[in-house]
Design a binder for this molecule. Structure first.
Ligand SMILES: *Cc1c(COP(=O)(O)O)cnc(C)c1O
Length: 362
């Protein structure tokens, strides 16, 4: 057992952040209209493009991921056109509501929580109606499902006028994602999940098609106006004052992530997932997510058969130095989630599973 000076955050966001990354935030402040800032912004662009595997641009925005949901809903769907949302969990459901709240005409493809969306479902829907955009969640954090974004992208790409927009808030830098190759027009994320930064900053890979679409939308608002953000981005800047300290942290974290290598990072996540799955099944738990679509970054353990007291588990784990999750939304308690994302290493997962064994008496 390792001796810790703090509780290790094993939640599926915000996640544990390494001390070096926390410390990077303590650099002296710089003005956001300075040359030093433009250089920082340009460095981040280069690294973020490598991280998203995109040739276009990456928005850097002072908000959580929810802000860029609203931005995507507002900027990517014209006023009297429809948007198709793929809904199968708490986050995908909320995003669809945000599109509706912004006055967009929303259709949904609903699947039961724990199930994935397939390319066939999307192909059928696109045959029946015209959509300005398809909006999907890459990794549904509430259920532990990773949707087949590559396959869905192949379908959406057949429609010239339909943008493919994904939320990869808990997928990015944990689950494989190849933005340009997979035909994704916009991939939005926040800092506090597999990116392993503190919360408060959001990022999005954005294609030229998205910028062109935004120009056709009248009521884009201001804080999330993609045309304004793009104008500033061309000058290595942001329309409003950004979270500069978090950008310092991102600068360092991206160096470390790119040094690890994207493919190694994805493989490390798959390894931690497979360990967690084998453990859960061998202890008589189920796995909530549909087989074949189980997330590399978070396992939603199905507790309905075994029925352990998840509140007591969380208390026990807290005594051992770990903050763990008790399930999300409608499936709280019936499930609990083990996050294996960000900079968490396999040895930490082994330690956590050994403690849960101690709790259940396995
Ligand atoms: C956490 C999460 C969000 C919300 O992101 P915030 O940064 O908290 O606004 C959205 N989508 C998914 C899939 C998430 O896991």
């Amino acid at each position: 057992m390792t001796q810790r000076d703090h509780k290790y955050l094993l939640l599926p966001g915000p996640v544990e952040v390494r001390k070096e990354i926390l410390e990077a935030q303590t650099a002296w402040m710089i003005g956001h209209r300075s040359t030093a800032f433009a250089e920082l912004f340009a460095r981040l662009q280069t690294k973020l493009k490598q991280a998203f595997l995109t040739q276009y641009r990456v928005f850097i925005h002072g908000s959580s991921g929810t802000g860029l949901w609203e931005g995507a809903s507002r900027n990517c769907v014209r006023d009297d056109r429809r948007v198709l949302h793929l809904v199968g969990g708490a986050f995908s459901d909320r995003w669809a509501k945000i599109s509706a709240d912004n006055g967009k005409l929303v259709d949904t493809i609903d699947v039961d929580w724990g199930q994935a969306h397939t390319a066939e479902m999307v192909a059928d829907a696109l045959k029946k109606a015209h959509y300005d955009a398809v909006m999907a969640v890459h990794n549904e954090t509430s259920t532990g499902v990773t949707n087949p974004i590559k396959e869905i992208g192949e379908v959406v790409r057949q429609y010239d006028d339909t943008l493919f927009i994904i939320d990869t808030v808990s997928g990015f830098l944990g689950a494989e994602l190849r933005v340009d190759e997979w035909g994704v027009d916009m991939a939005l994320t926040s800092s506090q999940k597999a990116f392993a930064l503190p919360p408060g900053i959001a990022f999005a890979a954005v294609s030229d098609r998205v910028i062109a679409r935004a120009k056709q939308v009248k009521q884009r608002g201001y804080y999330f106006d993609f045309v304004e953000i793009e104008k500033s981005l061309q000058k290595n800047n942001t329309p409003a004052t950004p979270p500069i300290s978090l950008m310092f942290a991102a600068d360092k974290q991206l160096d470390d992530i790119l040094a690890e290598g994207l493919e190694n990072r994805w493989a490390r996540h798959l390894h931690m997932r497979d360990t967690t799955h084998a453990w859960a099944l061998s202890r008589g738990f189920g796995l909530f997510a549909q087989e074949g679509y189980r997330s590399p970054t978070v396992t939603t353990v199905d507790n309905r058969q075994k029925g352990i007291n998840v509140d007591d588990l969380a208390k026990f784990m807290s005594g051992k130095g770990f903050t763990i999750d008790k399930g999300y939304g409608e499936i709280k308690g019936q499930t609990f989630r083990i996050a294996h994302m960000g900079d968490t290493q396999p040895a930490v997962i082994d330690e956590v599973l050994a403690y849960i064994d101690e709790f259940i008496g396995a």
